[in-house]
Design a binder for this molecule. Structure first.
Ligand SMILES: Cc1cn([C@H]2C[C@H](O)[C@@H](COP(=O)(O)OP(=O)(O)O[C@H]3O[C@H](C)C(=O)[C@H](O)[C@H]3O)O2)c(=O)[nH]c1=O
Length: 184
């Protein structure tokens, strides 16, 4: 497995070793022992999620607050997305840093997003099936988020505004400046 550090502390890009032969390919999509060595801490994923999105769908920026904060290991099973993490940990040396990367079936890349970071992705391919492991359960009451177009982060989503498909819930997420005092 290849590992790349990012500009967010504790956030890593992982690329599994792919074994190809005349039948196709094989790779270990998750190996607890290898993963914990890379991340440098024990991790207990308790919930897997999967979503399918068409081109232009932008989900996020989302996170869960407090005791229900989630670390996520995200990848695509089909298609291509622009994946984004934002460090919202006030005590982090990379507080407010934004990391973006393209995850695709072709590059087999995965992104590990530590607790305390907001996460979102934009679907770049005609459709994308998104899969991720979470180290904490979904807790509706703990859900929080930030606007995808927050000037505080100036994320380049690489797509025209008119092409974006965003849920009504995400359209009314707050701007960072209105919630910064509440971020842990
Ligand atoms: C996240 C979640 C949602 N739900 C239910 C709640 C809604 O009735 C429905 C769709 O939820 P939502 O519109 O919040 O789904 P996404 O917009 O894909 O949210 C996710 O998108 C970004 C990219 C993330 O990183 C988060 O994991 C997650 O917030 O699934 C559940 O039952 N369990 C869950 O863990």
């Amino acid at each position: 497995m290849k590992v790349e550090t990012t500009n967010i502390e504790g956030c890593y890009v992982l690329a599994p070793t792919v074994f190809k032969d005349k039948r196709g390919y094989f790779f270990e999509s998750f190996n607890q022992e290898q993963f914990e060595k890379v991340v440098g801490t024990a991790i207990n994923f308790v919930q897997d999620n999967q979503s399918k999105s068409s081109r232009g769908v932008l989900r996020g920026l989302h996170y869960q607050q407090g005791e229900y904060a989630q670390a996520k290991l995200v990848r695509v099973l089909e298609g291509e997305v622009l994946d984004v993490a934002v460090d919202l940990r006030k005590d982090s040396p990379t507080y407010k840093n934004v990391f973006t990367t393209v995850l695709s079936l072709e590059n087999n890349k995965q992104l590990f997003i530590p607790r305390g970071c907001a996460h979102g992705f934009l679907t770049l391919s005609e459709s994308a099936t998104f899969f991720y492991k979470c180290d904490n359960f979904y807790n509706k009451e703990s859900e929080a988020g930030l606007r995808y177009d927050d000037p505080a982060f100036a994320i380049n989503w690489q797509m025209k505004e008119s092409e974006l498909i965003i849920s009504e819930k995400d359209k009314v997420l707050p701007y960072f400046k209105h919630i910064e005092t509440k971020v842990s």
